[in-house]
Design a protein around this ligand. Structure first.
Ligand code: HEC
Length: 200
């Protein structure tokens, strides 16, 4: 006689279909993921491609660069509390001895200048800024005009649209202060040796 008792295991089910394959009499139901679930799965995959492009392949700013920009902005705010910075010898010279201001400038340098001049100023596509020989600089005040106007045909951008004058004065002092430091991989000196800043 057929069993009249309720057999929940072997009773055919409505709903999901049985898969074709079986192994030792074991079969499985085809239970597709709900559409919302697999949709979400694809969305995360597509998102990860954009994310990788933005953050890993240099399309967007790195978190280090964002941090440096922010740090530079913070120190600049502090700096602006001290008033306008004039692009003259006395101001640049005093900034060169002000650690807090040089720190502010370092943030700007790392996020804007290091790509060409190296983080320690040793030079990459741009010249070495540590060696005391310069192509466009004869005296301390020249840093401000070179940074502001650039040497565009030679690949040094002009920064007068990008930075306010106080920032360019800060950068001038920072770059001047690099002189005499020892970069890890210095480019050979270019241009002419210039008398030390404190001469005359
Ligand atoms: C895209 C590359 C690039 C970037 C970015 C760049 N520079 Fe330059 N820089 C150069 C090149 C190339 C020269 C050499 C120009 C020449 O041959 O006269 C130069 C020259 C200079 C000089 C004059 C050096 C000399 O020997 O006369 C100073 C100072 C300077 N850069 C500062 C900066 C500062 C500060 C920044 C960031 C705000 C910066 N540079 C960003 C490429 C760059």
């Amino acid at each position: 006689m057929s069993h009249s008792t309720h057999d929940p295991v072997n009773e055919p089910r409505a709903g999901p279909t049985l898969c074709q394959h079986e192994s030792d009499g074991i079969q499985e139901y085809d239970n597709p993921m709900p559409l919302w679930w697999s949709g979400l799965f694809w969305v995360t995959i597509i998102f990860s491609v954009g994310y990788a492009m933005y953050f890993s392949w240099g399309v967007g700013p790195s978190s280090q660069q964002e941090y440096q920009d922010e740090l530079g902005g913070f120190y600049l705010e502090q700096a602006q509390k001290l008033g306008d910075l004039q692009p003259d010898r006395a101001t640049i010279d005093s900034l060169m001895h002000n650690d807090k201001m040089l720190k502010a400038a370092r943030g700007l340098f790392l996020s804007n200048c290091a790509v060409c001049h190296a983080a320690d100023g040793g030079g990459l596509t741009g010249p070495n800024l540590c060696d005391g020989s310069y192509l466009n600089i004869k005296k301390l005040e020249d840093f401000y005009s070179v940074i502001s106007n650039g040497v565009v045909p030679k690949g040094m951008p002009a920064w007068d649209k990008r930075f306010i004058p106080a920032q360019r004065v800060l950068l001038a002092a920072y770059v001047a202060s690099l002189r005499g430091t020892t970069p890890a991989a210095p480019r050979a000196p270019q241009g002419t040796e210039v008398p030390p800043w404190d001469a005359k």
